[in-house]
Ligand binder design. Structure first.
Ligand SMILES: *[C@@H]1O[C@H](CO)[C@@H](O)[C@H](O)[C@H]1NC(C)=O
Ligand SMILES: *[C@@H]1O[C@H](CO)[C@@H](O)[C@H](O)[C@H]1NC(C)=O
Ligand SMILES: *[C@@H]1O[C@H](CO)[C@@H](O)[C@H](O)[C@H]1NC(C)=O
Length: 681
């Protein structure tokens, strides 16, 4: 969940609600927290920060773990399990036209796929490879990066149903008007593992796809998807030119949709986009149009696209603020400079950076211990975004000269702050003092360890938020929100403005880490592997881990793989040889290769639907689903990843949707859901 300050402001604007429960909660948290702020009273930093001459942290380890975090966020039928506590999910993620929307990653603790933050995460992960792919390759992380991009790309390509109908969002965070007076949260009020979402969700409400069309435009989401596709094409071209060509073609068609039917989801009448606006309000779409055209230029070198990019770039007046899923301005200067070397972009990039660097135009405040404090929510992620841009620029200057030195210093200071310079690491599973309670559902309530399975979701929520039990599984690599402006923080799930993790916090961060590997020199680092990581396989409920073969040095303790040749990872081989999936998967899962290969192809998903349960009556007043709602049955194969010792989970439909409602609200909910069903099916 991401509630930015912008959302709060917008929330107030929207209707002048007096009982803004969310804002109240946040204020209360500060005064009356159940757990003390934990940090040693370290004195402030004195003088100017000086970047260490040799790497202070093992950035190859951070990079490996950062990519691992995206496995924790993965949605869909998995080719293989990276960690024991995540399995197949998004089992009923099908669009209106039968599109398989199961892949990609979940946004944060929840199972939503919001168009703009998702699209940007993919674009940025590709940007990382475009700039620092060589550094990744030399520490054997490039194959992993490309595999990840493919998983994101599969979702985007399927979301692009045709040139007028594109899935802009998957999932239902909440239903009905934007008011927390009535609890109509759907996804956000589910506290169990994504693997069991379909069994829980009331009356068979699946992950709903919301479309962007000429009548319901979103130039920012479509522009971002287009940018992502063009960026991925650059990263992937050396390995699959046909895929790259298809992505470029799609990127151009999406740009056409975004520019010919301009508009923002912020003004959409679709309830799903109104909720998107509540959680992720987009400021403008002009920057995404420039971003899309700039990436198409980068992918094609076609001067016509540079002209289009410049036309939109010059209109993007907000180019001097944060760099994030929302604002592309800072990155536009850098991207366009990298691919054109034109002075205008250099000048603008430096003007942008001077907001952060020590100079008379510096406006960004720092915490006493040196974190550039750009946004209250996700302060570590935001400073990492700028660190990435500066490292990309510094690389373009060959890391030479005073400006490059300043940029590297900024990046090192920001990244090292987050890795432990303050005595606390903001990266889960890195260092010896790191967050024990990230705001993340599946590492706490996993499908292999969910003690409260079967309870009402209110109780599960209370336990999730208030219990002092640490996460049951280590969410390696997740970048947590960040400290307060005075460097203090809570290691506590109930204070999620500190402890939230999201796919977007980790994206540019991963690139900044690769940048530091590049800056210090790849020979200073050894490839890092899963050897010694606790991925949950020793848990009594865990299934057997994949049997990685002897020539895999990425997922194992095996030694002796040739370094920097893309061959240390068996999963890369699997990805590059789809025609041999059966036999390759059979190595990982002896005797089960063909079954898994079949499931992976995705086609059976469309037929699949949800089990009807005896508990439906709990939602008083809600109508029976209309007849055309497909017959509900979960395929037995869905449980294939669960260990035999696990009983098939009891389907729970009585979420807080059921228990919190009085009769009036139940009726309202009933009609909303009826409306939704008729719209959906
Ligand atoms: C900063 O200077 C003060 C006063 O000299 C000193 O007590 C403190 O330890 C210094 N802080 C650091 C981080 O070196
Ligand atoms: C896309 O599909 C929808 C639904 O079938 C259809 O109405 C629309 O005309 C299609 N658009 C194009 C460009 O083919
Ligand atoms: C799995 O393990 C935990 C703890 O060992 C146990 O409490 C739980 O009941 C087991 N089963 C499931 C399905 O979570």
């Amino acid at each position: 969940m991401k509630l930015s300050l912008k959302s709060i402001a917008l929330f107030a604007l929207l209707g002048g609600f007096t009982s803004t429960v969310l804002t109240q909660e946040i204020e209360e948290d500060d005064e009356d927290s159940p757990s003390p702020k934990m940090h040693p009273p370290i004195p402030p930093m004195n003088g100017t920060y000086v970047a260490p001459l040799t790497p202070k942290y093992d950035y190859a380890e951070v990079m490996h773990k950062s990519y691992l975090f995206y496995h924790a966020q993965k949605s869909g039928h998995l080719p293989y399990q990276r960690m024991a506590w995540r399995g197949d999910s998004c089992k009923v993620c099908v669009g209106k036209f039968g599109e398989d929307l199961s892949r990609g990653w979940y946004e944060a603790a929840n199972t939503m796929k919001w168009g703009l933050p998702f699209g940007w995460t993919v674009t940025q992960l590709a940007f990382n490879v475009v700039v620092f792919g060589d550094a990744m390759k030399s520490v054997d992380e490039l194959a992993e990066g490309l595999e990840l991009l493919k998983w994101g790309s599969d979702y985007l390509v399927n979301a692009h149903y045709n040139d007028t109908h594109v899935v802009g969002q998957l999932g239902t965070s909440a239903l009905g008007p934007i008011s927390k007076l009535i609890e109509l949260d759907v996804d956000f009020n589910y506290w169990g593992p994504p693997e069991e979402y379909e069994q829980w969700v009331p009356t068979g409400l699946p992950h709903e796809a919301t479309y962007i069309t000429p009548d319901n435009p979103s130039s920012e989401i479509i522009g971002e998807y287009s940018a992502a596709m063009a960026a991925i094409s650059i990263a992937w071209r050396p390995y699959d030119a046909a895929m790259a060509d298809d992505l470029v073609d799609r990127a151009k068609r999406l740009f056409k949709l975004a520019s010919e039917h301009q508009g923002s989801y912020v003004s959409s009448k679709a309830n799903a986009f109104q909720w998107a606006t509540f959680w992720y309000p987009s400021t403008h779409y002009v920057d995404e149009l420039a971003w899309s055209a700039a990436w198409i230029y980068a992918a094609t070198k076609d001067p016509e696209w540079l002209d289009i990019a410049k036309e939109w770039y010059l209109k993007a007046t907000d180019s001097f603020t944060e760099y994030s899923w929302d604002e592309k301005g800072g990155a536009l200067h850098v991207l366009l400079y990298l691919f054109t070397k034109e002075d205008m972009f250099y000048t603008n990039a430096m003007e942008y950076f001077n907001q952060f660097l020590p100079n008379p135009n510096q406006i960004v405040k720092y915490t006493p211990r040196g974190l550039a404090y750009i946004e209250h929510w996700g302060s570590v992620g935001y400073s990492g975004n700028v660190a990435f841009l500066m490292l990309a620029m510094a690389k373009a200057l060959d890391y030479k000269g005073k400006e490059a030195e300043q940029m590297v210093t900024f990046a090192t200071q920001q990244i090292n702050y987050a890795l432990g310079d303050y005595g606390y690491s903001w990266v889960v599973g890195f260092g010896d003092n790191y967050p024990s309670k990230p705001y993340h559902k599946s590492s706490y309530n996993s499908y292999i360890d969910y003690p409260m399975r079967g309870e009402f979701q209110d109780k599960v929520e209370k336990d999730f938020s208030e219990s002092k039990t640490a996460q049951r599984f280590i969410l390696y690599g997740a970048v947590e929100g960040g400290p307060s402006v005075d460097d203090s923080w809570y290691d506590d799930r109930s204070n999620y403005e500190y402890s939230e993790v999201t796919q977007d916090y980790n994206s540019a961060w991963t690139g900044a880490i690769a940048g530091l590997i590049d800056y210090y020199g790849v020979d200073k680092f050894e490839p890092y592997t899963d050897c010694g990581l606790d991925l949950g396989w020793s848990h009594p409920n865990a299934s057997a881990p994949p049997s990685w073969p002897a020539d895999d040095c990425y997922h194992t303790c095996n030694k002796g793989c040739p370094r920097g040749e893309m061959s240390s990872s068996y999963s890369w081989k699997l990805l590059m040889n789809p025609e041999s999936a059966d036999s390759l998967l059979d190595t990982l899962y002896p005797g089960k290769g063909s079954e898994r290969a079949f499931t992976l192809k995705g086609s059976p998903i469309v037929k699949q639907s949800i089990q009807k349960t005896h508990d439906e009556k709990v939602i008083a007043g809600a109508p029976e689903p209309v007849n055309e709602h497909p017959a509900k049955e979960i395929e037995a194969g869905d449980q294939q990843n669960a260990s035999p010792s696990i009983e098939s989970p009891k389907p729970i439909v009585s979420s807080s949707l059921g228990v919190r409602l009085d009769p009036t609200t139940s009726l309202l909910l009933g009609s909303l859901m009826a409306g939704l069903f008729s719209a959906a099916w």
